[in-house]
Design a protein around this ligand. Structure first.
Ligand code: MG
Length: 168
């Protein structure tokens, strides 16, 4: 059985992962409306990753004898100015999620829950990757400085991304 404080913290994280899913879906909608299908694809794949994260916490909490309590998901931002702005916001959001996962780990350490610490390590590592991916495209888009040809090239590259469920 998992402690109540940890159950509450995991439930809060589940909500954040579902919000991430919704936020990135809103970004995908923006790119669809801008006729940038590759960028839209990138964020649709990100949506699947966030669903995977949410369900990983969902399954884990159940496995530990806890109870998942779903709560309302905030309305995401829907108006964006440019591909660069979207990636800057996505990068900022991943930094926020990293802080949240670190906070969860702090609680797990404080509560001496070794099983949870082990489980969370996957997310700690995953966040390094998530931040690196977003940061990479922020830098590439800054370099392109709105260049139309460059944006189209990047759109073609981002069209290649596909969701591969991580090995558990
Ligand atoms: Mg996530």
């Amino acid at each position: 059985m998992i402690k109540q404080t940890l159950q509450d913290a995991i439930n809060s994280q589940i909500n954040k992962e579902f919000f991430s899913e919704y936020y990135y879906l809103s970004m995908a909608a923006y790119f669809e409306s801008e006729d940038l299908p590759g960028f839209a694809n990138f964020f649709k794949v990100q949506v699947e990753e966030e669903r995977f994260h949410a369900m990983k916490f969902f399954d884990y909490l159940n496995e530990r004898g806890g109870k998942v309590n779903l709560t309302g998901i905030d309305t995401p931002k829907t108006d964006f100015e440019s591909p660069l702005q979207v990636f800057e916001l996505a990068y900022k959001h991943e930094q926020y999620v990293t802080e949240s996962v670190n906070g969860l780990m702090d609680i797990a350490i404080k509560e001496n829950d070794h099983a949870l610490k082990s489980f969370l390590q996957w997310f700690i590592d995953e966040q390094v990757e998530e931040e690196a991916t977003m940061s990479k495209y922020v830098n590439q888009l800054k370099r392109l400085n709105g260049n139309g040809h460059g944006i189209m090239m990047l759109d073609r590259e981002l069209a290649q991304r596909s969701f591969v469920p991580p090995v558990k």
